[in-house]
Ligand binder design. Structure first.
Ligand SMILES: *Cc1c(COP(=O)(O)O)cnc(C)c1O
Length: 415
């Protein structure tokens, strides 16, 4: 067994957990408390000044959450993992760690709706500029980077456009320019997509999706691979000096010692417990759901009423080569397809029987949504068009049902 993966499948940390627990509990106990008592004033001083790792308060650290973070660290081989209360909390914590007024972020306009709004509205109010570039065209990304660029940020398969950037080419541009590559990898989980091997320095994940084990609750992760030399970043090199640490650890130190404590969105113990269980079955569920997505995508091609199917696992897809190289032959459990009109999409949605009408991705149940009128429904039409959205698109997130059942429900709903 691959050493880096041992934390997953069970053994090592579960056993460690049982040894540490007075009752030998095989799953991590849920420490559902706010504060921790200290034996002495001296022990308190040591903990509060960071000289011991004792827990003091659950907004900052908690044994159940820390256990989950350690298991993800084992699974990814990262320098550090920080668990937050949602994917958006992870993305917000990451940008607050990297950016400051006057800095800019180079990214694609094809972003998760709240990430787009975080950049264009929330962070813009704090003086952080967003510059859009085509991530599938690394040369155009290079032209947007300057000395104030704090990150190149992308989603590894955009939702719902399903674009796949070549990460080797993009990371070469970032390396040459001295800028970190930050990726939202929610759509392909880390046992399959090894972010650091693809040149990603910082990974953010909505663990609400695959990791939670079936939409059990919200969660997010910031994963720092320790691959970037932050002495190139004015903000983080100053932090490294102030803390007296190696510049490669500056991002983790700034995030763990300051940002996540101040933003107050640490993962809750209950969520960490559920997500630790989700972690144990992640590879099995992902393998099943992604193979089903591939089968459904293949089955939908050529079905009357379906104008086009967008799934990078199909040889007809323009990103097929790069997607298969980076994410394997079944790249994820999300696909989209276009019907003739918005009315056709509504009729389809209303006739579904097995597939649920719901947002979210990577539940154990298959979910369908019309992104144009829902997730992006409050965006001005011109913005929606500039984001590459269409009123004719249905997004499907494939669950753990039988592939032929999912496909036959879709075919009957096409009418
Ligand atoms: C869902 C999602 C998010 C936001 O995650 P939450 O857990 O809902 O806050 C961010 N990025 C991507 C790609 C997502 O799918």
């Amino acid at each position: 067994m691959d050493g880096k993966k041992r934390g997953f499948t069970a053994g090592v940390l579960a056993t460690e957990c049982a040894k540490a627990d007075p009752h030998g509990a095989l799953s991590v106990p849920v420490y559902q408390n706010a504060a921790f008592e200290f034996p002495t004033a001296e022990a308190m001083e040591l903990a509060f000044t960071g000289r011991t790792a004792d827990h003091a308060y659950s907004r900052i650290t908690n044994p159940t959450v820390e256990h989950f973070e350690r298991r993800v660290r084992e699974a990814t081989g990262a320098l550090s993992v920080t668990a937050l209360n949602s994917g958006m909390a992870a993305i917000t914590n990451m940008f607050f760690t990297l950016a400051r007024a006057g800095a800019n972020v180079v990214t694609s306009p094809h972003l998760f709706g709240n990430t787009y709004s975080l950049l264009k509205s929330t962070l813009a109010d704090f003086g952080v500029e967003t510059r859009f570039a085509e991530m599938t065209d690394p040369a155009s990304v290079a032209t947007k980077i300057d000395r104030n660029t704090c990150a190149v940020f992308l989603e590894i398969i955009t939702n719902p456009q399903m674009e796949v950037a070549d990460l080797t080419a993009l990371s070469a541009v970032c390396r040459a320019k001295g800028v970190p590559l930050v990726a939202d990898t929610t759509v392909i989980p880390f046992p399959v997509f090894r972010a650091a091997d693809n040149g990603v320095d910082i990974e953010v994940v909505s663990s609400t999706k695959y990791l939670s084990g079936g939409a059990t609750g919200l969660g997010g992760l910031v994963v720092d691979y320790g691959t970037f030399d932050w002495s190139r970043s004015p903000k983080l090199s100053a932090a490294a000096k102030a803390y007296g640490i190696d510049p490669r650890e500056a991002f983790t130190a700034k995030l763990k010692r300051e940002i996540h404590r101040n933003l107050g969105a640490y993962m809750t113990p209950q969520a960490a417990y559920q997500q630790s269980l989700g972690l144990e079955t992640l590879e099995v569920r992902y393998a099943r759901a992604s193979q089903t997505a591939l089968a459904v995508a293949r089955g939908l091609e050529g079905v009357p009423g379906v104008v086009s199917v967008n799934y990078p696992g199909l040889p007809s897809n323009r990103f097929h080569g790069v997607a298969v190289r980076q994410y394997g032959e079944a790249p994820g459990a999300m696909l989209t397809f276009d019907l003739a009109s918005q009315e056709a999409c509504y009729g389809f949605m209303n006739r579904l029987r097995l597939v649920c009408r719901a947002t979210n991705l990577f539940d154990n149940k298959s979910l369908a949504i019309h992104p144009w009128s829902t997730i992006f429904g409050t965006f001005p039409e011109a913005v929606r068009s500039s984001m590459g959205l269409s009123p004719c698109t249905i997004r499907l997130s494939v669950g753990l049902e039988d592939a032929s059942d999912v496909l036959s429900d879709i075919v009957q709903a096409l009418g």
